[in-house]
Design a protein around this ligand. Sequence first.
Ligand code: SAH
Ligand code: SF4
Length: 333
Amino acid sequence: MTALPKSVRELLRQSGFQVGMPRIAQAFVSTDGTERYLVTCPDGETVETVWMPNGDDGELGDGSDAAADEEVKEPGAPRRASETWVSRRATICVSSQVGCAVNCQFCLTAKLGMKRNLTAGEIAGQVAAVLNRHQVRVGRDRINLVFMGMGEPFLNYDNFMAAVHLLVECMGIPESRMTVSTSGILPGIERFAKEKLRPKLALSLNAPNDGIRENIMPITRKWKIEDLLAALREVPLRPRERMTFEYVLLGGVNDSLQNARELSALLRNSGLPAKVNLIVWNPGPDIPYRMPKPEDVAAFQQHLIASGVPAFLRRPRGRDIYAACGQLKRTME
Ligand code: SAH
Ligand code: SF4
């Protein structure tokens, strides 16, 4: 802010404002082009931000979602040559908290516990730091943001929404290119439904009924699936937009054909234009689950599609550098 007189900058500093950019302290680069960053906050805490260049075929062209969706592909399929930043399309995965308080049993971030909320500046600053690193030309390059990094955005609601405003109004990234994922914080969804500036919304459903969901996501004890669906029905959708449901497939827990049938019925009866993003569970140390079998993943997806529920398989990105979903636990050591 060198346009301001030094005395004004000094006054700002004395008033407790911090002027500057978050710093990328470390970068891990995956063989698939994904990069994971440890971003340092002013108090020395680190959060993680992920950069995922997208292939040319990434967008579905239906305006419904971020570019990382893809129809049936083997998990871990080799990357295509188009999947580089040369295509000038990328998705940035942004953190909203240091750690997380929600305690989903399959998630590595949960193991950190909740350290603190990020400020709006720290949330938007992650994006600014990554845009600078890759010399992104906002407005010309195709950038999607997903608020799916560390933390639960709707438990840091005000700062999260303030960050969305900064990103849209000061940085020029349209909110229709942003997706926020929540584990299902009911009051957060209710507030979100009333927002004027509204990213797309994804609910981490992860189970076809409250019984299974409660075992893997204890927060279900507080808010039941039916109540979450009712709140989602109040969220206005853009033309052709669908409500996204994320579903992490855990081997032997929620990945059977019966589970797929129940999920399909649940969503078809929900009254929502729904789509499902299937995510093969990414293992982590001390997490007592196993990956689903590839044939079960395929059968699960096929059943959803055949019964009229659009279902996409999210490719794991950056598994070799612990950058895939749920693997964002700090690994400085
Ligand atoms: N807290 C928010 C956003 C961050 S988690 C939420 O839970 O929605 C982003 C996604 O990663 C969620 O859908 C979550 O279910 C999924 N996830 C968490 N741990 C995972 C793991 N080990 N493997 C695959 N997906 C995981
Ligand atoms: Fe938190 Fe999301 Fe991980 Fe659950 S899945 S512990 S809400 S980051």
